[in-house]
Write a protein that binds this ligand. Structure first.
Ligand code: GH3
Ligand code: MG
Ligand code: MG
Ligand code: MG
Length: 323
């Protein structure tokens, strides 16, 4: 059988602004192995959308999964392949799950149209194809997809925002709580080390009391910057709240983590912190407690052990690391 694979990239450049609403042209993957039928659909959409014809269903699935298409149009009567199986595969693959599918059917295909709709096909059109109807159905699917995509990215942005501390730009406690458990699980499964440190700025209240809350905020931002400078990018830095921070270090045994903590402590102490545009500076130190994951894969107990070590650093005189 001839694989009528013609990529008809129908000059989007030729489109005049007035011929369509801004942003409503899409890239359509047409799965059709009869050249005459494919050509009819392509010419109906000419000037509106970029249509790529693929005659081989497996190849089509592969291309759809690669991304880059806004919609798939699937002919129900592919010569030696069940088009509904293809639709169901597209619905079950993560990469193609949200891709709108329009099936192109003959009138006597009612039974299979219904099965298609049942397994998640979005819409159908019956031959002989009316150009206006095809254009309208395609446009409605593209609009729906665009809307769903924008919702998804809004939700994504909201999720990301909810995970970040606005002052320092570090991840927040909520983020730590949702991720520490899975970091611990991974470490346990792979038999790898994981160490965590809690840092608390020493006598931070006196910074606020003596220089004001804005100076305090400036110290917190600077503190975050210095931590970022010292740790690896694989390490997770979070602001727990107030002047307390956590650094999670995957793949890091206690001995190495202790050296990292000592480096953080020394970096904080090394130079006084700038607190305003006038260039006033104040010395800052931090106390640190470290704990390595044990047999328990429990975030709370790991945090509690690190907190106990931190408490020891505080009572032993501050500006030190306790493991
Ligand atoms: P210690 O050495 O024992 O840790 O003493 P400390 O003063 O650092 O600890 P304490 O818990 O008594 O004080 C923490 C202070 O942090 C009190 C609070 O006003 C201040 N703080 C918490 N969040 C913020 C913030 O977002 N900005 C500023 N400027 N201050 C904050
Ligand atoms: Mg504190
Ligand atoms: Mg405190
Ligand atoms: Mg403190």
């Amino acid at each position: 059988r001839s694989r009528a694979v013609t990529t008809a990239s129908l000059g989007l450049v030729e489109l005049t602004r007035s011929s369509l609403d801004a942003g409503e042209n899409g890239r359509i993957l047409l799965i059709e192995d009869r050249a005459a039928s494919a050509e009819r659909i392509v010419s109906a959409l000419r000037g509106l959308h970029e249509v790529t014809i693929e005659a081989d269903p497996q190849e089509a699935l592969f291309r759809a999964a690669e991304g880059g298409f806004d919609m798939a149009a699937v002919s129900l009567d592919l010569s030696d392949f069940d088009a509904l199986r293809l639709c169901s595969q597209m619905r079950s693959l993560e990469r193609t799950r949200a891709l709108p599918i329009l099936i192109i059917a003959d009138l006597d295909d009612r039974q299979r149209i219904l099965r298609g709709l049942d397994l998640g096909v979005n819409d159908y059109i019956v031959r002989p194809i009316d150009r206006n109807e095809l254009v309208a159905r395609v446009r409605s699917q593209l609009r729906r997809k665009r809307y769903a995509d924008s919702l998804r990215s809004d939700v994504q942005a909201a999720i990301e925002l909810a995970a970040v501390d606005p002052l320092t730009g570090l991840n927040n406690r909520r983020y730590l709580e949702t991720h520490l458990a899975s970091l611990l699980d991974n470490a346990a499964h792979q038999g790898r080390a994981l160490t965590l440190m809690i840092l608390d700025i020493d006598h931070f209240k006196s910074v606020n009391d003596s220089f004001g809350h804005d100076a305090g905020d400036e110290v917190l931002k600077n503190f975050a910057r210095r931590m970022r400078r010292v740790v690896r990018s694989a390490d997770l830095i979070c602001r727990l709240g107030g002047e307390e921070f956590v650094i999670v270090m995957p793949d890091t045994p206690l001995a190495i983590a202790t050296r990292v903590a000592e480096r953080v402590r020394a970096t904080i102490q090394s130079e006084p912190f700038c607190i305003d545009a006038a260039g006033r500076t104040i010395p800052v130190t931090a106390s640190i407690g470290i704990a390595e994951r044990g047999r328990e894969a429990n975030p709370d107990s790991l945090l509690r052990r690190a907190d106990k070590a931190l408490y020891e650093s505080k009572s032993a005189g501050r500006n030190r690391v306790t493991a």
